[in-house]
Design a protein around this ligand. Sequence first.
Ligand code: MG
Ligand code: MG
Length: 249
Amino acid sequence: MNIVLKTDRELALMREAAVILKSVQARLKQEIPKGLSLLELDHIAESVIRDAGAEPSFKGYQGFPATLCTMINSEVVHGIPDDRIPQSGDLLCIDCGVLWKGFHADAAFSVIVGGDKTNPERATFSRVVREALQKGCQAAKIGNHIGDIGAAIEKHIVSHGYSICKEYTGHGLGRALHEDPHVYNYGIPGKGQRLLRGMVLAIEPIVTMGNPQVKTLTDNWTVVTVDGQDACQWEHCGVVTESSLEIFV
Ligand code: MG
Ligand code: MG
C-alpha cells in the first residue's frame, strides 16, 4: 500500500480540477435533453475540458479511447461513447475525469433521460445509489476506516434489495487517477485502512438492480450485467476531514 497524502497546496489544485469537472457535468446535464448521441456528448465534454486548459483523464488511460465513460441501463462501467442516442426512460450514467496541473478529479452522475417520471423504478434506483454514496461520504472521517465507508454504502444498498458489484471499487487519487487505498463498497465498520489527514478518495458505489454478476463485451471495455438488469453508478471525490468527506465534485 502506497498512500500519498496531499499537502494544502496540492488539495487546492485538486479543488481547481474539480471545478472544471463540475462545469463539464453542468454542461452535460444541459445537453442530454437535446437528444445528442453519446459521441456528441463526449466531444462536448472534451471541448469544455480543453477550453479550460485541462486534459481528459480517461482518454488514453490504458488505451481507453474517450473522454467520458457512458453507460446505459445494463451497462455497468467503462462504456465507450458511440452514436447511440439515449432514449426517454433510459438510465444514463456518465463518468469523467479531469487532469489539471498534474492532479486528477474523477466523478460520475446518473440521470433518467426525459426525467424521473419517465421511469420511476429507475429513478428510485438511481436515488438510492446516490444516497448510498452520500452515506459513504459521511463515513469518510479522519480516524474512521475504509470499512466504515463500505459498510455504510452496503447497508443502504442491501436494505433496498439491490446488489453491490464487488469487482469495482473507489480509490485514492492525486497525481495518478487510481492510487491506494481501494475504497470498497462493502466492509466491516472499524476494519481496513485508517483514514488520514490529507487523504483524497474517490468513493463510487457501483450497484446492480438484480444479480451483481458482470461480463466484459468484445470491445474489451464495456462491462454489462449478465442478467441484463440495470446498473447504476454515482461518484464523488474529495478529501477526508474530521466531519465527513469534503466533496470536491
Ligand atoms: Mg470515475
Ligand atoms: Mg473513480
